[in-house]
Design a protein around this ligand. Structure first.
Ligand SMILES: Cc1ncc(COP(=O)(O)O)c(C=O)c1O
Length: 369
């Protein structure tokens, strides 16, 4: 049986008439950018996530970039994030002129390790006049936890550390819309709503995917939300008067209209992904494979959450990875490598001076060999 890694055609067939009608409506209105579809979508995502404010933007990358710009993160600053993520997470920090600090991950969840985060702060940073400074004297401004593959980070630890050192928490929830976490101080929350800001991507292959690029920011502070709206339009408040240097981070109406059709189905799609993950687990167990490969961890399964994982990807670890891939390939079963390198190993970040084999991220990669 052919099993492609991704096949969105069935989803499209089921919603084709509605999607086409939604696109037609935008075309008939001739309102293409920042219009009623975008506003409807912002409100619907804010409601779905339980966030006070939502700002539609052009992509997940632009969501992160706009947030860092609006928070005034720049040269002389540093931002801590996971060493194991999609490139955009680290790229945005460097693009605003700040230093990305790549902290190791927990090998069972692939998410930022709170122990490594604490160890970095305890051993490599100092407090000075209310600021947290790294060894280079740069100010640590924020932490970007990444909810990788659809599983929330250990946000209680991130929260405790961010409170202690007055750091902003910018959640990279690009892969985790709808994922839940039971916080100690706020009860059950959805990804993106546990820090100051949360960033989402609606890249077509995401659980909620557009027909092109699209993204969204949720945030709790009304003033920051207002600023982000200004930043997504070149820092322009009144037409052609620019208070800030922002960018073109606008969400277009056709994407928003498509996303408005899809959002009501997201819960059922996430449940179906979880059911598929359960089926894989059962099959692997029945075939006696669980000792040979490492299945995705489900640390929050027993905590009474529905979306304890939304399985954006079902990632296993396997020795002799490449042989396994070849074997599956021959049987037309699609796989991909998430991700071949840690961010600290990327060529463009060589200037940061990380040792290639410094982190457990590398042992994840080695495990695959
Ligand atoms: C963890 C993570 N961060 C950021 C992004 C960037 O999102 P986009 O591709 O919409 O720019 C992605 C998307 O691929 C992602 O997976």
């Amino acid at each position: 049986m052919r099993v492609p890694l991704l096949d969105l055609s069935e989803q499209y067939r089921a919603l084709e008439a509605e999607i086409r009608a939604a696109i037609e409506k935008v075309l008939a209105s001739q309102r293409f950018i920042l219009g009623p579809e975008g506003e409807t979508f912002e409100k619907a995502v804010a409601d779905y996530c339980g966030a006070p404010h939502a700002i539609g933007v052009s992509s997940g990358t632009d969501a992160l970039l706009a947030v860092l710009m609006a928070l005034g993160v720049g040269p002389g600053d540093a931002v801590i994030t996971s060493a194991y993520s999609f490139f955009g997470t680290g790229g945005c920090i460097a693009r605003v002129g700040a230093r990305p600090i790549f902290v190791d991950v927990d090998p069972s969840t692939f998410n930022l390790s709170s122990a490594a985060l604490e160890s970095y702060i305890d051993n490599r940073c100092r407090k000075s006049r209310g600021k947290l400074l790294n060894e280079k004297g740069e100010t640590i401004r924020a932490i970007i936890p990444v909810h990788l593959f659809g599983l929330c980070c250990e946000m209680d630890s991130v929260h405790r550390i961010s409170e202690q050192y007055q750091l902003d928490v910018i959640e990279d929830a690009a892969q985790a819309i709808g994922a839940e976490y039971l916080t100690a101080h706020m009860g059950l929350r959805r990804a993106g709503t546990m820090g100051e800001v949360g960033c989402f991507s609606f890249y077509p292959s995401k659980n909620l995917g557009a027909a092109g690029d699209a993204g969204l920011i949720v945030c709790r502070d009304a003033k920051l939300a207002e600023k982000l709206r200004i930043f997504r339009q070149h820092g322009m408040e009144r037409r052609y008067y620019h208070r800030f240097i922002g960018g073109n981070f606008r969400l277009d109406e056709i994407q928003a209209a498509i996303l408005n059709v899809k959002l009501p189905h997201l819960e059922e799609w996430s449940a179906a992904r979880r059911a598929a993950a359960d089926r894989y687990r059962n099959e692997f167990e029945q075939q006696g494979l669980t000792g040979k490969i490492t299945l995705p961890a489900e640390p929050y399964r027993e905590r009474g959450l529905t979306n304890h994982h939304i399985y954006h990807q079902y990632v296993i670890r396997a020795p002799r990875r490449d042989e396994l891939r070849e074997h599956l390939d021959k049987r037309e079963i699609g796989t991909a490598i998430y991700y071949p390198l840690g961010l600290h190993e990327q060529e463009c970040f060589a200037y940061l001076g990380y040792e290639a084999q410094q982190y457990v991220v590398n042992s994840i990669a080695n495990f695959f060999e």
